[in-house]
Design a protein around this ligand. Sequence first.
Ligand code: ADP
Ligand code: ASP
Ligand code: MG
Length: 406
Amino acid sequence: MSLIVQKFGGSSVANAERLYNAASRVIETYRQGNSVVVVVSAQGDTTDELIEKAREINPNPSKREMDMLLSTGEQISIALLAMAIEKEGYPVISLTGYQAGITSDSNYGNAKIKNIDTERVFRELDRKNIVVVAGFQAWNKFEDITTLGRGGSDTTAVALAAALKADLCEIYTDVDGVYTADPRIVKNASKLPDISYDEMLELASLGAIVLHNRSVEMAKKYNVNLVVRSSFTRDPGTIVKEVGSVEKMLVRGVTRDSNIARVAVIGLEDKPGVAFKLFSLLAKENINVDLIIQSIGRDDTKDISFTIAKSNLDKTLEILNKNLDFVGAKEVKYSDKYSKVSVVGAGIMNNAGVAAKMFEALYEVGINIHMITTSEIKISVLVDIQDAEMAVNAVHEKFKLDQVRG
Ligand code: ADP
Ligand code: ASP
Ligand code: MG
């Protein structure tokens, strides 16, 4: 007998038929003699619709009230899935994040799970119940509901799997597994039979929304057996594990992230300490900076441009405009019309040619690169947002990722 955590994403529980389908996969696992904990997301586009509803009332709601609202989507799903399982005659109980003992910090809207008190879940499992837990939500020291950031139900599932010491964590979604690129953008993307935690973490952090990046971080930390598979087919899916078997592969995948903005700080003094002043202001507010370019100094001034998550744009502009004198800058400009396109692969660090090949692919389709950054296992470039899909396709083709075999 094993303890298995199964997570069903929004599209896998979008309507009655799909709820029954999810219920039948849960029941199948339970009937094989396993203890089953199920994590569900809000149905279909519910979370987006709730965000829209909030906007109609107040374009600038507090994060606390936003979390109160957004967490309701998952509460609907857990009750409905439990009812579908009940209808088939199996013992089941639904639990909110709070009831499942999931606590987080107080960063509303993007909270981090701090602890899971597993007592209640284990008690229900001991009673032979199938336990259905609301994804994406937790509660904090103020006894408020928090949410874990968009896509956060994956993290609920992996965190529960780690805390319960589950034998397996299955992420059921609307694709057969992890592909070499988003199959919605690249028609001939290949499914990867397995991928390492590190590569998956990069893909997820660079725009492959198939797994929430914090779920991968957590899976690596606690060595969770993780698999991504389809709710609708019997495909075995993609195993995410310590080391991928296709180690020869230079590049594993290509991603696009359009959720970014570029900020340019103009007319900085060309002297030591300026970058330090600028970026420590942002670090203090927990704003992560990604690609950075500093221009060559002229007339004793220089410019620094960098990218941030789009959701941090307003805050960044506010901080910088308030501190123009402090950092010694003339003005701040910004644009959110860019995308970051990246290649990821553990083989990149030992191969000088990867960057050149990526740039060649972009040159061949006439795409201009605005910024570049590299690390041991990834290369990212900033391109115009309308070029991003073409860029992903061109790079995918250049590295012949349509020909990956398991
Ligand atoms: P869920 O609602 O099940 O959590 P998501 O929409 O969050 O599903 O994630 C699944 C989607 O991720 C797929 O429909 C696919 O378009 C997208 N995706 C992006 N990059 C990849 C990739 N490399 N492999 C597979 N899917 C990807
Ligand atoms: N419902 C949440 C969202 O849409 C969490 C999730 O789907 O994982 O972001
Ligand atoms: Mg998701």
